[in-house]
Each structure stands twice: as structure tokens, then as C-alpha cells.
Design a protein around this ligand. Structure first.
Ligand code: NAP
Length: 475
């Protein structure tokens, strides 16, 4: 059994255990201690105690812990990738990419940890000096989803520790093993007791609810669905708790008539099918100019038909969906689109039998207001909608409450930038199908979230700004 990690020690919780399954087979691969509110409180006790010292540790020393964690993740890349693939189902190449991406957050924030900075200067009226400094916000509660079990934890733990915060983490119950493995690497890197505490549980609301009402917790950083984000924001309001929210997406993927279609299809394959479409940044709706829609569909379809769907252990390109519900939800969206007149132009065969399989699918004749383009699919279906004017496509792309990622493929860079700047999305890939980069601010507009992760701002999200107004008599 995999234990809970509190105050530098591994131990069983008081709530028994729960199973983790491999979505490719449905088989149980591990059992994990089931944390309860008692462990949630013990974790905050430990984080609160550790904060006293950790916030005073020299930034360089904190940076070196993060740097060592980066190196250990790279050392264990294959092992971690296999673990991610086994509990999440994604292909080994996607899992390996995730480990590299996750490690890079530790490297990036090791570099940022020594640059928290501040400000100092005369007030305009004279007579005072203004001194601005940034303090760690305190104990931070981190809650992460199953679709990137390493990256979402790394993207929160690394900046929190760089800022001088201590953390309590609840990983997704579908994928707790990767977070626990990351905890072991942090210990190997020299993590002091209590600085990171990890409480897996099948009862998310009881763990996170305990943290949301504990006055010692000063920050909630959540990644997951907009629905749960809204619940947490309501709870945060009661305590005016500092909240960062990375929520759902519904990314448009726009292709103009002068785009390089080969590049657009290569980008589409990444933006749509990485992780089986189960990414918050996944291209959800393809808006292809009517003049090139047939050619784009044929090229994309040919690439989709080549996808090998199957277990990561067989070296396949695409794994299963995370669970049975994900399959029925995606099937329902597909059925709704077909009933409304869409047609399947291309599909890759998916295995039958055990496992949560879904055939990668390309759809044409999708109406602009179809449910499948209005809802986050979170599965390997690519609905294609056609358009003719830039104004029309921008209006369609923005006609949603979501605003995380968007993609624009265009031959004319000026036009691509013009369209890109008109999109209500926090991240826009211009002639690129991937926007994730630890050095860039990751996050969404509208109901896709509040705040940003990565970049410099990712560290600032774990700080409080304070200014000292200093009486000053000029000589
Ligand atoms: P989810 O159901 O919202 O779960 C996310 C996390 O919240 C899990 O740890 C979950 O625990 C926990 N949780 C569930 N109910 C809770 C409650 N009532 N109170 C407190 N915590 C609760 O999301 P998901 O299905 O795991 O992930 C998919 C969603 O995440 C998609 O919408 C996707 O777009 C979004 N996402 C966004 C980003 C981004 O950066 N914007 C990145 C990745 C994913 P359990 O696992 O135990 O249920």
C-alpha cells in the first residue's frame, strides 16, 4: 500500500485504502491510503510548523532543492513516465514529455527563486521612501487533476517552495501515485520535513473542505474543472482566501485559407490528440476556412487513421480515456453531433474489450452551435466547422464562457496576430499546436480561470506584496 506523506514521514491514514486502476485494462495496480479530515489537519499542522523555518531559508538554498529535484526527475524520467502511463493511460511518449515538462518547472523556479526582488524609491510628494517587498503567502493548499499528474503538481509545488511557502497537496484520486513518487524525489533532494505534505483521498471535498476552512491555510491553488473551481471560489469567498484557479477550456483551432496545411495538421495532431484529447488546452473545435476545409479534412483524417490506439506498454500513440464515464460522456457528444447532421469522415480503430477505449474521430458538417463545439469534449474527437470571413471566425471562437487556449494557423503572420489578439483566450498558439512552456504565463480568461502559473507571475501568485512607508528627511 502507498502511504500518506505528512511531516516528512510516510504512514497509513485512518480511512483505510482505495484502489488505483490502469485505464488500459481496468485492473487494480495499487492501493493507496485514504486520507480523512484528520490527516488533512495533521498535514496543515506540519506545514504550519515547517513554514517558520522554510520562509527564512536563503532563496539560493531553496533554489538548490528545486534544482536537485529537476535533476532527479530527469534521472528517473523513464520510471516516472511508466508510472504516469500506468495510472493515467497516456502513451509513453506523452508521459515522457510530461515528465520533462514537469521537471522544467523545478528548473525554471530554481532560477526564479533567487529573483523575487522588490522596489525602493521616493514618494512623489517627498518626505517618505516607499519600500516594496514580497513575502511568502503562507501555507498553500494545492489540488490537482488526473490528466497531468506530474505537471500539475510540479507547476504548483515548485513556485510555492521558491516563494518560501509550505504546501499541502491533494492529488486526483485517479492518479495519486505520480504525486507520491514526486514526494519521494523531493525527499531525496533534501526536502525538510513538513514543507510538502501529500494527502491522497477518495473524498476530495472532505480533505479540501478541511483546508478551505482552516485559518492557517492562506492560499488555494486549484487545477480542474470549472464546476469544482466555482465551488472552491464560493468557499474561498467566506475567508477572502487568496485563490488561483486553472479551469476548463474549449480551445478553437483556426485555419485560414493561406495556412501551411501540412504544418496545421501536424499542430492539430498535437493540440487535439495529445493525451487522447484530455488536456485543458486541447483543440476542441476546428474552424477551417471553407476554401481549404476539404483538403485539411483529408490530411488530418489521413494522420488520424495512422494513429495506433492501445496500451502504452505496446508503444501505442494514444491510450484509453481515464474511466468509463469519460467514454460515455464522449459517446454522448458524438451521438448528439451525428443526430444533428454531422458525419464521420475518418476514424482510427480502437481496441475492444477491457479498458476505456475511444476511437479517434474526425467530424465534418458540424453546425457552429452544436453541443460538441460548445462543450469541453475531453476526448479524441475533432469536429470541423467552416467559415469565410475573419470577423465571423473570431465571433464564433469567442462565443463561449471558456477562454484558456486557442490556436491560429495562417500564412500571413500579421493576420494571424490580428486574429490572435482578438481572441478571448489566455494563451494563443500562432502556427503552433502547443502553448505549454514553464517560462510563459499559463492560464485562462473568463471561466477558464483566475491567475497564472509558470513564468515569473507563477511565483508571485504565492506571495503577498507589502510596502513600508518610511519617513525620510532629506538632508
Ligand atoms: P475535477 O473533477 O474538477 O477534479 C480536480 C481535482 O479536484 C481532483 O483532485 C478532485 O479530486 C478534486 N475535487 C473534486 N471534487 C472536489 C470538491 N468538491 N472539492 C474539492 N476538490 C474536489 O477535474 P478533473 O476531471 O480531474 O480534470 C479535468 C478538468 O480539469 C478539465 O475541465 C480540464 O480542462 C481541467 N484542467 C485545467 C487545467 C488548466 O491549467 N486550466 C489543466 C488541467 C486540467 P478527485 O480526483 O478525488 O475527484
Amino acid at each position: 500500500m502507498h502511504d500518506i506523506f505528512i511531516d516528512g514521514a510516510w504512514g497509513p491514514g485512518t480511512g483505510g485504502e482505495f484502489d488505483v486502476t490502469d485505464p488500459a485494462t481496468g485492473a487494480v495496480i495499487a492501493s493507496v491510503s485514504h486520507g480523512t479530515p484528520a490527516e488533512a489537519t495533521l498535514a496543515v499542522d506540519a506545514a504550519e510548523r515547517a513554514l517558520v523555518e522554510w520562509r527564512r531559508v536563503a532563496p539560493r538554498e531553496r533554489a538548490e532543492l528545486l534544482r536537485r529535484t529537476y535533476e532527479l526527475m530527469i534521472r528517473d524520467r523513464d520510471e516516472l513516465a511508466a508510472l504516469i502511463a500506468s495510472e493515467n493511460g497516456k502513451s509513453l511518449s506523452d508521459a515522457t514529455g510530461e515528465v520533462t515538462y514537469s521537471a522544467d518547472f523545478f528548473r525554471w523556479f530554481a532560477e526564479e527563486a533567487v529573483r523575487t526582488g522588490g522596489d525602493y524609491g521616493p514618494s512623489p510628494a517627498g518626505g517618505t521612501r516607499t519600500l516594496v517587498t514580497h513575502h511568502p503567502v503562507g501555507v498553500a493548499a494545492l489540488v490537482t487533476p488526473w490528466n497531468f499528474p506530474a505537471a500539475m503538481a510540479a507547476r504548483k509545488i515548485a513556485p510555492a517552495l521558491a516563494a518560501g511557502c509550505t504546501v499541502v497537496l491533494k492529488p486526483a484520486s485517479e492518479t495519486p501515485l505520480t504525486a507520491l513518487a514526486l514526494g519521494r524525489l523531493l525527499v531525496e533532494a533534501g526536502l525538510p520535513a513538513g514543507v510538502v505534505n501529500i494527502v491522497p483521498s477518495r473524498s476530495a471535498s472532505s480533505i479540501v473542505g478541511t483546508w478551505m476552512t482552516d485559518p492557517r491555510v492562506r492560499k488555494i491553488s486549484f487545477t480542474g474543472s470549472t464546476e469544482i473551481g466555482q465551488v472552491l471560489l464560493r468557499q474561498a469567498a467566506d475567508r477572502v482566501l487568496n485563490a488561483s484557479m486553472e479551469l476548463g477550456g474549449n480551445a478553437p483551432f483556426i485555419v485560414t485559407e493561406d495556412a501551411d496545411l501540412e504544418a496545421a495538421v501536424a499542430g492539430a495532431m498535437i493540440a487535439k490528440f495529445r493525451g487522447g484529447g484530455q488536456a485543458c488546452t486541447a483543440a476542441n473545435r476546428f474552424y477551417v476556412h471553407a476554401d481549404v476545409a476539404d483538403e485539411f479534412t483529408e490530411r488530418l483524417g489521413a494522420a488520424v487513421e495512422k494513429l495506433r490506439v492501445g496500451p502504452a506498454t505496446d508503444g501505442c500513440d494514444i491510450g484509453p480515456l481515464i474511466n468509463a464515464r469519460a467514454v460515455t460522456d464522449t459517446e454522448a457528444l458524438l451521438a448528439g453531433a451525428l443526430a444533428a447532421g454531422a458525419r464521420i469522415t475518418h476514424q482510427a480503430p480502437a481496441p475492444e474489450g477491457d479498458g476505456f477505449w475511444f476511437a479517434p474521430t474526425v467530424l465534418r458538417d458540424v453546425s457552429a452551435d452544436a453541443e460538441i463545439v460548445r462543450t469541453e469534449i475531453f476526448g479524441p474527437v475533432a469536429p470541423i466547422v467552416t467559415w469565410t470571413t475573419d470577423a465571423e471566425v473570431v465571433a464564433a471562437a469567442n462565443d463561449t464562457e471558456m477562454g484558456l487556449a486557442a490556436y491560429v494557423y495562417a500564412g500571413d503572420l500579421q493576420r494571424a496576430l490580428r486574429i490572435g489578439e482578438s481572441l478571448e483566450a489566455g494563451m494563443v498558439g500562432i502556427n503552433r499546436g502547443l502553448v505549454s512552456d514553464p517560462s510563459a504565463p499559463f492560464g485562462g480568461m473568463k471561466q477558464s480561470g483566475v491567475g497564472r502559473e509558470g513564468a515569473r507571475i507563477g511565483l508571485e501568485e504565492f506571495t503577498e506584496t507589502q510596502y513600508l512607508s518610511v519617513a525620510w528627511a532629506d538632508a
